[in-house]
Ligand binder design. Structure first.
Ligand code: ATP
Length: 330
């Protein structure tokens, strides 16, 4: 019953873009909350439609409500889910996922954590909840623990009880929102130098929600992956050589692997039932990258995924924006 939706978020032009091409150089003409035209130098106006389009002024709360809320609600019913932020470096992935400390500017991660603990406060007391957090980064196909920097080169394993998991990754239990929020802040690439390669690595946050019914001892578990992907800029544009070139190629390869998996799961826009049969019928290449392997149980099967494509509306980054939009067309 895998279901994938794709949303697009445009960020406002930054000072560099305005200095280079002027404040009114937007390439985007929004038609409604699902569609827009992109003005291309060669092809003219290209029409795009997605499940939802967020414009430059869309509040963080609206993005959370559409992109993450249905997924976190399902996770409380043991349906795994994934939110992926995709886009070139500086496109607004971290702003969307983490946000800032300013009131109303919190991103998806803190809002998800807050929502979960509010839900627990009002839930039937018959349920006992355990909330666990894990955070890893994937850099050059190596998995590193963001909660314990001594744990590097971790391996993805699979067994009958745990399913697919990163062996040895720290898993911390958090009893309330403030503790969970502190963890998120501690590893935030914006304020920590722990993951020095933030734009060049995939940052994977996993929240596991376990509910035990204290009367019949039945247990339900939902896994929620929130992923700030590495920057998707093209290798040519980075003018990279040597190690940087290898890095850029590794990123492109894992993002292509992700695209191929999403493609195989959606095969155009199918109903959940069609997508279920498509997954059974065709090979989904989860093993082509560490990222897709880790996410396997929360992308396919009985799960729900939203891909948030972040881009700039300005002319300066038009080529990268078009490439991001085309990635999202699946
Ligand atoms: N929707 C938005 N509204 C206002 N400011 C934004 C928005 N999106 C991004 N920004 C600002 O643009 C800058 C770059 O955004 P951000 O760091 O989120 O990019 P990124 O895609 O995560 O880049 P990287 O790949 O380097 O991590 C930041 O200063 C951020 O605050």
């Amino acid at each position: 019953m895998s279901s994938v939706s794709v949303c697009v978020r445009f960020r406002p032009c930054n000072s560099r873009e305005i200095a280079s091409t002027g404040a009114k150089s937007s390439r985007i003409h929004i038609l409604d909350d699902r569609s827009f035209d992109f003005k291309d130098d060669k092809e003219g106006a290209i029409g795009f439609s997605f499940d939802r389009v967020f414009n430059e002024g869309s509040p963080q709360g609206d993005v959370f409500d559409f992109v993450a809320l249905p997924i976190v609600q399902d996770a409380m019913n043991a349906i795994n889910g994934t939110v992926l932020a995709y886009g070139q470096t500086g496109a607004g992935k971290t702003f969307s996922m983490e946000g800032t400390d300013d009131p109303g500017q919190e991103g998806i991660l803190p809002r998800v954590a807050r929502w979960i603990f509010q839900y627990i406060e009002t839930a039937d007391p018959v349920y006992e909840f355990i909330i666990k957090l894990s955070m890893v980064e994937i850099y050059m196909e190596r998995i590193r623990d963001l909660l314990d920097s001594t744990k590097d080169n971790l391996q993805v394993k699979e067994d009958k009880t745990r399913g697919i998991f990163v062996a040895g990754a720290s898993e911390v239990r958090r009893p309330s929102y403030p503790e969970a929020y502190q963890d998120l802040l501690r590893v935030s690439p914006n304020i920590s130098d722990m993951n020095a390669n933030s734009s060049r690595s995939h940052c994977v946050f996993l929240i596991t929600i376990q509910q035990t019914n204290s009367e019949d001892r039945s247990v339900k578990t939902g896994k929620l992956f929130l992923v700030d992907l590495a920057g998707s800029e093209k290798v040519e544009k980075t003018c990279a050589e040597g190690k940087l070139l290898t890095e850029a190629k590794t990123i492109n390869k894992s993002l292509s692997a992700l695209g191929n998996v999403i493609n195989a799961l959606t095969c155009g826009k199918q109903s959940s039932m069609q997508s279920f049969f498509a997954e059974k019928a065709c090979h989904v290449p989860y093993r082509d990258s560490k990222l897709t392997r880790i996410l396997q149980e929360s992308l396919g099967g009985n799960s729900r995924t939203t891909l948030l494509c972040c881009c700039s509306s300005g002319s300066y980054n038009a080529a990268e924006t078009l490439s991001t939009l085309r990635f999202g067309l699946r």
